[in-house]
Ligand binder design. Sequence first.
Ligand code: UGA
Length: 458
Amino acid sequence: MNPYSSTSADQGVNVVAQARPVAVIGAGFVGLVTTAVLAHLGRRVRCLDIDEGRIARLQMGDVPLHEPGLAKMLREEADRITYTTSPTDVGGCELAFVCVDTPPMRSGDADLSRVERAVSALPVGNAPLTLVMKSTVPVGTGARIVQMLRRRGLRGVGYVSNPEFLREGSAVADALAPHRVVIGSDGDDASDRVAALWRPLGGVEVRCDIASAEMIKLASNGFLATKISFINEIANVCDAVGADVEVVARGMGLDPRIGLSFLHAGIGFGGSCFPKDVVALKQLAGNSGYHFQLLASVLEVNELQKRRVISILEDRLGSLDGLRIALLGLAFKRDTDDTRESASLVLAERLVSKGARVVAFDPVVSESPGLGRVSIKIAETLGEALDGADAAVIATDWPEFVQLSDASMARRMARPLVVDGRNLLDPVVAAEAGIEWVGIGRPSMIPVTNSSVVARGR
Ligand code: UGA
């Protein structure tokens, strides 16, 4: 019987309160959001990580990443959450959510060692346990893990694939209101328990086999990345022919078959998910004997797009040698301190290799992220980064950067040239503030709001 399907609300609350605890393995971004939301649903949660420093910080109430609303929610639900480094604490739990990362290896395959370590560390107990896979894994991983569990003699351990679709920067809001809840299983009643657990949050339930659930996650990220590379290529053509990609994207996106989201042109996608998952899906296809041509292009377009800013700067300024460039934004997108696969880091390296002096500013990233041998200066304020700059490049869509349209900001620069890699500023407002504004796929100046009138192309 489903333990949560109660006929009255009161009964439901009691059942949840009496339920066995749940474990979350991995206290990273997905793991901590999952922990917070499970506790919010009334469950006792044991959040496990091998990183002792991270667990010690969490035990002291210090959340080691920037994610809006997460620290507040963890604080509010603190009574129900235990942070631990001991795998034996998973014993006695009803469900164990695996939320460890699966970074790409040099071969392009996903590195599953952390997932495998989590499975190997599961305690051998009598109480039945269901392993719920939230980490993004190649199709076929679930079947492999079920085999591993059998080999270890853990016959009482069920397996469910329950991929995660939340976005960094809006993870808590996304997790509390999912569009869909994908649950892949071999058909045992463990999947009913997982479905019942998430049901109070709503969302369409998609019940399927494990391989299809794994593929839904990879295909979703692959498709969204394809949309971005597509609109970026349209933007590049818009640049060449004098059209405005923002107007084009809206005109396209109002067709419900296309949709308005993920048609925002810029300097390419980054982060810990899209680049890795597109490579993983392409690799998965390749390993199965199929060359996924489209995804190869999606990745190539994305790499070229990150570098587009360099040619725009060189067109305007000539050689960049010795010039001071303000690089605005280090995170891969707004509302996060995550710099993994950030387009900004690629730009920083390219600019330095061209001889430019790079002064970066990010509202939440205050230390220079790993840039190998390349060194850049980190400014404490936006104004400091702009002081004496020969150009500024907006690399992250932080709303703070809209202040650049203020004439006093432009006056701090040696030359008020702004390459807006996220099409963040209003070109007319920027032009009125005396800024020489260049966007991606947009005419460099639009004198009136009627989008059909364009004053000057690039
Ligand atoms: C992405 C997916 O959106 C989530 O559904 C998924 O759960 C997550 O990956 C994951 O697999 O864990 P995330 O990487 O947090 O989420 O960020 P997105 O908001 O999707 O943005 C990814 C990148 O695409 C950013 O660099 C962003 O600037 C860029 N982007 C996004 C564009 O260039 N244009 C757009 O129109 C949208």
